[in-house]
Write a protein that binds this ligand. Structure first.
Ligand code: NAD
Ligand code: DAU
Length: 332
């Protein structure tokens, strides 16, 4: 049995990961989370008992981080400022948390010799043309477009340097877009589902031809667990390759699944620097580590996600108006 520290465990992907670990392994888990606007303790409220503990704090707090690293043997680092549109408005918190925060954790990993897994994104690879036959692999060059993805790429380079220079026992993963329960309503899929629930028309940026490669958060969790258990130190793994689909098609599917007319949405102002297409080739993860997604059927996963938002308005309701005010000011 191991002792695991999960940073950012009150956020969307982190909370789903913690749930996954507690239900499928014997590990005990400490969550360290600052509870920014994106973190929610209610995402973890059903988790009680001796194997789970929550610590409220900032990953940039070196003394707190040091004391927690002394208690564990593995650290999984999800904590980040994660939203592209917010990074276009105010990049500073992205530099602080994603770069300085990751540096703070790496220094503690170096002192305590813990196993460290860094969660990154496929966005560090930039974007692809719609008809490009290649997909992102572990060898793809970094070419980030937004302040968010640039800070994630910066944090990845720090991890690589700490592995090489200080022998930190780390791995890195780059996952494509996640969907599922507990995702903040600022993000594409929950924004559109909750728009429909509230009787508001979905909003698609630009011409809606942008492609994302959707992975269920639970499949992201199983991939990260496989990397921690069986991955090679110093290696990078890309996660995804499950569901490439255009944004306008996703919205049409949401409307249809929710019993509305599939053309009942609006095109709004595009995101500056908007990446056109992400696509993942997860051959390494599948062949070396035997990972396979449980949610290979995107429509079934989306339908379950719609049900979750329908039944959990108390979770997302209080944040919805603030998000819509933010987008309205941007013409979106
Ligand atoms: P999120 O915004 O939902 O959650 C981020 C969490 O980190 C929140 O709970 C927040 O309170 C916490 N946090 C922020 N700053 C902190 C700080 N300084 N100290 C401690 N905690 C802090 O994000 P998410 O979508 O769950 O993404 C989690 C990670 O996964 C990020 O590193 C992101 O880059 C990566 N990722 C996300 C996706 C996706 O589609 N959501 C895909 C690939 C990779
Ligand atoms: O690829 C992994 C990344 O996926 C993660 O690193 C990020 O943390 C995560 O936020 C996500 O980034 P995106 O920018 O791709 O996700 P978002 O949900 O913001 O947008 C998905 C697509 O939908 C994108 O092409 C923009 C578009 N969009 C988004 C919103 C909020 C719309 O068309 N309308 C909207 O209202």
């Amino acid at each position: 049995m191991g002792h695991m520290l999960v940073t950012g465990g009150a956020g969307f992907v982190g909370a789903n990961f913690v749930r996954h670990v507690l239900s499928r392994t014997a590990h005990s888990v400490i969550v360290l989370d600052k509870l920014t606007y994106a973190g929610s303790l209610t995402s973890l409220s059903s988790l009680r008992g001796p194997r789970f503990r929550f610590v409220h704090g900032d990953i940039q707090d070196a003394a707190l981080v040091d004391s927690l690293f002394a208690e564990v043997d593995v650290v999984v680092h999800f904590a980040a400022e994660s939203h592209n549109d917010k990074s276009l408005e105010d990049p500073r918190p992205f530099l602080n948390t994603n770069i300085v925060g990751t540096y703070t954790l790496l220094e503690a990993a170096r002192r305590h010799r813990v196993r460290f897994h860094h969660i990154s994104t496929d966005e560090v690879y930039g974007d692809l043309a719609l008809d490009d036959p290649t997909r992102f692999t572990e060898e793809s060059p970094f070419d980030p477009s937004s302040p968010y993805s640039a800070t994630k790429a910066g944090s990845d380079l720090l991890v690589r340097a700490w592995v090489r220079s200080f022998d930190v026992q780390a791995t890195i993963s780059h996952c494509s877009n996640n969907y599922g329960p507990y995702q903040h309503v600022e993000k594409f899929i929950p924004r559109q589902i909750t728009n429909v629930i509230r009787g508001r028309r979905p909003r698609v940026f630009g011409d809606g031809t942008n492609v994302r490669d959707w992975v269920h958060a639970d499949d992201h969790a199983s991939a990260v667990l496989a990397i921690i258990e069986r991955g090679t130190i110093g290696r990078t793994y890309v996660i995804g390759g499950v569901g490439e689909i255009q944004n306008k098609t996703v919205v049409e599917l949401i409307l249809t699944l929710m019993g509305e007319s599939s053309d009942g949405y609006d095109y709004v102002a595009d995101r500056p620097g908007h990446d056109l297409r992400y696509a993942i080739d997860a051959t390494r993860l599948r062949t070396e580590l035997g990972w396979a997604p449980q949610y290979a059927d995107f429509e079934a996963g989306l339908s379950a996600t719609i049900d979750w938002y329908r039944h959990n308005e108390t979770w997302w309701g209080p944040t919805k108006d603030t998000v819509e005010t933010f987008y309205t000011a941007r013409g979106q």
